[in-house]
Design a protein around this ligand. Sequence first.
Ligand SMILES: Cc1cc2nc3c(=O)[nH]c(=O)nc-3n(C[C@H](O)[C@H](O)[C@H](O)COP(=O)(O)OP(=O)(O)OC[C@H]3O[C@@H](n4cnc5c(N)ncnc54)[C@H](O)[C@@H]3O)c2cc1C
Length: 302
Amino acid sequence: MALLDRAIVRLLPAVPRPVVRRLSSRYIAGAELADAVRVVKQQNAAGKLGTIDVLGEETRDAAEARAIADEYEDVLETIERERIDANISLKPTALGLRIGRELCRENLERAIRNAAARGNFVRIEMEDATTTDDTLDLYRELRAAGDENIGVVLQASLRRTMDDVRALADLRPNVRLCKGIYIESPEIQIKDYDAVRANFVALLDALLEAGSYVGIATHDAWLVEQARTRVAGLGRDAYEFQMLLGVRPELGERIVTDSHRLRIYVPYGRQWYEYSLRRLQENPKIAGYVATDTLARLLRRN
Ligand SMILES: Cc1cc2nc3c(=O)[nH]c(=O)nc-3n(C[C@H](O)[C@H](O)[C@H](O)COP(=O)(O)OP(=O)(O)OC[C@H]3O[C@@H](n4cnc5c(N)ncnc54)[C@H](O)[C@@H]3O)c2cc1C
């Protein structure tokens, strides 16, 4: 299967742009903020919350990083004006982490203070393992500075994550828990599928035990089931499920029907093509998921 996934990825640059656009339109709201607003409105009408992500990572200079921060200000202003139920998700490298930590912190602070003034919330995403320490340090610094409307992401596939949960416990962090999309070396990453699942469950237990609000971010039906038994008895506002736009919508429907909160991750941006290609090249497994899903939908249609 891994071979097939890699073969699909190698063929991707040869796939005409309009075809990639059609394939990715299921997972990406569109090129403009108005597209994200439209999609979040649809999600809200169906009883789901949103989190908006401006596509763009690894900015090359400070001006580019500040432009992304400006765009997030527009997003926050638009969320308030349009009265949609959504917060924002942002990537530290898009805000300049690789250019300079201070630049990233300034941009993060801008987004967080802007969100706080509007009663909104900022999720700082987790990227590859070279950024984990800086991202968690920034989170701790911002919390120490009194910013409460922020959360981080922890990746269950990393061996270090239980230690991170223990180290952060005093902050009762708001955590999005996911498996982790980046491929790392076996020294730092668990490669066995079931062991990642087991770690996810152990981390969820530890976070709930510490009184954290957890965003349970997965499309793995087995994990969703495990999580449901663990949150039984908790108030509806003590946790939420999270899923990516377009992925396993039938599982999302079940979560909502059972009265759990579900937040849908809604990415948009002019860099949709570069983003789609890079994501698939970084993790060929996703290319396999997309190919299987597209094929299944085509077969259902015929
Ligand atoms: C809201 C949200 C935010 C996230 N934020 C981060 C982050 O900040 N950092 C990070 O490293 N990772 C992030 N992730 C990605 C996450 O780490 C996983 O890589 C991803 O969710 C796949 O893992 P899974 O738990 O769904 O289980 P899997 O076992 O990988 O997937 C279960 C099933 O879901 C379907 N599926 C899963 N992902 C996709 C996809 N992309 N396209 C099509 N079908 C798919 C497939 O049918 C698959 O069989 C996020 C995920 C979500 C839902």
